[in-house]
Write a protein that binds this ligand. Structure first.
Ligand code: COA
Length: 142
């Protein structure tokens, strides 16, 4: 039997880089990732028998908009329920910190083909009849 342990706000930039690369999302910048983690509202990570297995984090303004980012489960540890546990921790953090009686938005960008994973937590896909598509822009500061 294996042991899964969850850690709040303890994920390191090295672990982020390792997990991102393990799922094929490319190599991230270490300094940038250190700053990104420091500026996150909440991070949750998982280890299986002491080995780094997954993570997720919440970013945003802490009030009107929360955003889920870097939900990565290393391939060896997928389909074990860790992603679901990580989502539960992320959403519980948001619910515990959302302003009472105010309308709160939670956003995320789904990887292609992972939409079903998020639908079960109540997310809807854009564009739809009423809402336009999400849009983004990437650049490298050279
Ligand atoms: C998408 C991702 C986060 C899901 O994490 P995960 O830990 O594999 O998720 P879970 O195990 O909680 O659930 C995944 C599926 O496995 C199923 N599952 C869970 N435990 C299982 C088990 N013991 N046996 C078989 N299936 C199982 C779940 O029912 C679920 O099915 P569904 O997606 O059809 O609903 C993960 O696959 C991942 O990191 N992928 C690569 C990176 C990525 O795409 N990240 C998302 C960026 S937006």
């Amino acid at each position: 039997m294996y042991e899964i342990t969850f850690y709040e706000n303890q994920v390191t930039a090295e672990e982020l880089l390792y997990l991102q690369e393990s799922v094929g999302f490319g190599k991230a910048n270490l300094l940038q990732s250190e700053k990104a983690l420091k500026n996150s509202l909440y991070c949750i990570s998982a280890k299986v028998d002491g080995k780094t297995a997954g993570m997720g984090r919440v970013i945003g303004d802490g009030a009107r908009i929360f955003y889920l980012q870097d939900v990565f489960i290393a391939p060896d540890y997928q389909r074990m329920g860790i992603g679901t546990e990580i989502m539960t921790h992320l959403l519980n953090y948001i619910k515990a910190n959302a302003i009472e009686h105010a309308h709160t938005t939670i956003g995320l960008m789904s990887a292609k083909g992972k939409e079903n994973f998020y639908l079960k937590f109540g997310f809807r896909v854009r564009p739809n009849e009423k809402e336009g598509p999400g849009m983004m822009f990437n650049f490298t500061n050279n």
